[in-house]
Design a protein around this ligand. Sequence first.
Ligand SMILES: Cc1ncc(COP(=O)(O)O)c(C=O)c1O
Length: 395
Amino acid sequence: MAKRYDFDEQINRRGSASIKWDGADRIFGGKDLLPMWVADMDFRVPDEVTSALKSRVEHGLYGYTERTDSYLESVREWMKGRHEWQIEKRWICHSPGVVTALNLIVDGFTKPGDKILVQPPVYPPFIKAAINQGRGLIENPLVCERGRYHMNFTDLERKMSDPSVRLMLLCSPHNPVGRVWSRDELLRVAELAAASHVLVVSDEIHSDLIFKGFHHIPFASLSEEAQQHAIICTAPSKTFNLASLQVSNIIIPNDQLRKKYMNQIRRFNLSEPNTAGMIAAEAAYRSGSSWLDQCLDYIKRNADYVSTFFRDHLPMLSMSPLEGTYLGWIDCHRLRLGKRELQNFMVQKAGLALNPGYTFGEEGAGFVRINLACPHAYVEKAMKQLKRAVDTLKR
Ligand SMILES: Cc1ncc(COP(=O)(O)O)c(C=O)c1O
């Protein structure tokens, strides 16, 4: 029988150089804030990951490392087992992080004057990748209908047909709105991108974090056409809480695109993996399925708790249905606070460090993002604090 993991365990992360915990008060300007912001988990990794790291540490040498065939095979098997996506090992390119890859891709695959298409509200480094590399930004905002988000395909078609749009950064599943894009939605994106010769860079870092009833479709698995015109960014970092070990897998089936990416990676001397990262990732991919399934059930319970709590005790707030990711998107418009006021309210009145919605684009004003990959007791505490704070507004 599979080992049962205890996700209720409250592990003290203070003093561990955790940005989420040790940085919260400083970054948000509060005191003893409950940190539910940056996207890492407060859960210990699967035991097999810790054992693999321990035995590598026993070896005691940390010279330059190359990716092993066994590592690449573990990634290939994971994609096949978890996502029914048949990839070849040679398609898997390294990057220390997905955000690094996004920047390298924007830099290497577009020219100044080109535009990058994004769908706000979206993970802020998407916007920064265009701006930092001196490219134009073109936005195809998502549309929210009764809390659930959709793509605006009429607008997307129009924006994509602008000849200066060379590349689309797709977030699949979408951080922060929690959507797992359906096959039909992705097929439509692929069709429009093909018609306008736009390269789709699909950030699928959250693709293993999918709740029952939903199904992630790797963009490049949609069709032969999509496979030849897409770059898929994946990583074990969100899935297994390995962010600081700096390993991600950029999957590029097309030979020309892959060659171009590899030139970028070599140009900045980023082609070698972190030893610990590779060891941990392989152990997680080979043995972490059961841990992940239990973790997802646990996070789903946290998400259901928040939705029910809002319905029963805080009807002024609501959370978009969470189909994937562990990041809840909370609509706070009915509190009638300006965007800075809302942020102050969360920090000073509720004692919570949550990501302000406006940092995901103007469309995010009036929202906050909450990280639910934590022991349930933290979620209960957060809801209590939030309720108490909202009650003070009513007086
Ligand atoms: C959509 C998305 N991409 C990338 C990242 C970060 O990736 P990395 O740490 O590999 O740069 C995150 C982290 O929250 C994310 O949500």
